[in-house]
Design a protein around this ligand. Sequence first.
Ligand SMILES: *Cc1c(COP(=O)(O)O)cnc(C)c1O
Length: 230
Amino acid sequence: MICANLQRIRSVIGETAGGCGRDPLEIKLVAVSKYMPAEMIAEAHQCDQVLFGENYLQDAEAKITRLPPALRWHFIGHLQSNKAKTAAELFQMIETVDRLKIAQALNRHAGLLQKKLDVLVQVNVGREPQKSGILPEEAGDLLRAMQPLTNLRVRGLMTMPPYGREPEASRPWFRALKKLSAELAAQEFFYDNTAVELSMGMSGDFKIAIEEGATFIRLGTAIFGERPRQ
Ligand SMILES: *Cc1c(COP(=O)(O)O)cnc(C)c1O
């Protein structure tokens, strides 16, 4: 089932990218494996899925240390600064940096590990009080404050838009993130201002996200099926 899902998703990515004149290779699929056992992740890996996303550090640690080192991991959950060490050790990218304190903690631990850590800044485009992410108008100040943190490579922005019944409801939020990223790239706040990453789009709305410029799409249910209730 996981293989069939991945194959179908890859062809939808290809068609959607083609339909809006984008190179499908620009769009990287993050398989969101929260609550999924290592066996299911291994099954996806057998079908050539290498990049996975996890939300919960302890869960992720148990799986990452059991699975082959060839797998690549993005942290997509809420991060506390006392967990920055583990996160910096285990993950190739932290998608959810939304305040200076966490950026500084990650930078320090990346330095101790003698590695450069890729990060995204999470933006709360819908200004929802219950959601993580920095407000759009504060993103510039955060990025400016992160410039001295040379062990971090700020690759771009990530967002989780307000929930909408229809996939189309996400479009204005995705567009807003893209516009913000262009403004910030013009100020040269990113590691590579000519290739800014945008992590947006989930199982319900990833086609819209691709049309609006996503370079990472984060899909859980569409690959692994419904998550077990926790
Ligand atoms: C769970 C989760 C996803 C995947 O959601 P699906 O609707 O299952 O595709 C994507 N991004 C984040 C941040 C998540 O927490």
